[in-house]
Design a binder for this molecule. Sequence first.
Ligand code: NDP
Length: 328
Amino acid sequence: MSSFKALVATKGEIGPNLAFTDFAEADLMEGDVTVRVTHSTVNYKDGLAITGKAPVIRRWPMIPGIDFSGRVETSGHPDFKPGDLVILDGWGTGETHLGAYAQKSRVNGDWLVPLPAGMTPADAMAIGTAGYTAMLCVLALEKHGLKPADGPVVVTGAAGGVGSVAIALLAKAGWHVIASTGRAEEADYLKGLGAAEIIDRNELSNPGKPLAKERWIAGVDAVGSHTLANLLAMTRYGGAVAACGLAQGMDLPASVAPFILRGVSLLGVDSVMCPKPRRLEAWARLASDLDRDKLAAMTSTIPLESVIETGKAIVEGKVRGRVVVEVG
Ligand code: NDP
């Protein structure tokens, strides 16, 4: 394969110009491992890149797509040999390094995680960066010392990718999960994943008080802005919120009151530059803890050609759960 199919973004006046083209292997960027990409996914960040709603792409031309799974073709890295199945999340892929919406990718082998035993490449991208980030949030709450017996946990952006995986993981671990969603029609879906209670996201999305009635001991927030501020204001004494997202906004109009009067902690979660040992821990826990039937229930599958329309839909909040992209 001296050339292969890829979605290429070039700089446009308003947002990127996108076209499926034959991409020459010789034009791939530097790296010691070349991977035959079999699956990718559409995360919120992919939607931002495709629509140009945020400056995710910082090198032109770019192949978008922040994560993939696939099979190693060639390797100069001691940890990988041809035929190995691997996962890549982040490290600037699809931002500054040619990304996942292509049949091949050449990357630094240090960025790759071996596919956990018992997981298929399609499973890995059904989880994707959104699911791996949900796992990082759960790990952050656990490392803070919080347990299901301490009280309920709230999950915002519940019907989205991070939210859906977080609900499944937390429910399996025994937490009483309160799911916050703007899609009341998805109540049965969220209960199927393990949510014990559903609340309307409007309860959290408007400006609130510095401190409010204590409702939960823990939170996973994919939304930011007033929602995160209210989550903190409603967290019980000694609790914590793991914050990973900005679906409502990047701002945080909060006060220090929850921190200094209730000992509440805000735990920041980043998936892109997350060190390798934490990634390996997260993927091992996903392999053992995430119920495959629930993963199947939250996942739909699209061909590579559909990533542009799905990218637009995800930033409009119209995608439920997770989307696997068959790269083919
Ligand atoms: P999704 O679009 O799948 O989920 C986001 C959900 O947020 C939506 O489904 C919706 O849930 C809710 N939502 C959307 N718009 C608004 C709004 N205006 N106000 C309140 N809620 C809203 O995205 P992902 O799950 O892929 O990502 C979620 C967030 O996490 C994104 O901001 C993404 O950038 C971030 N992220 C961060 C990572 C990191 O490394 N820190 C890694 C991965 C993701 P509902 O319909 O249920 O209300």
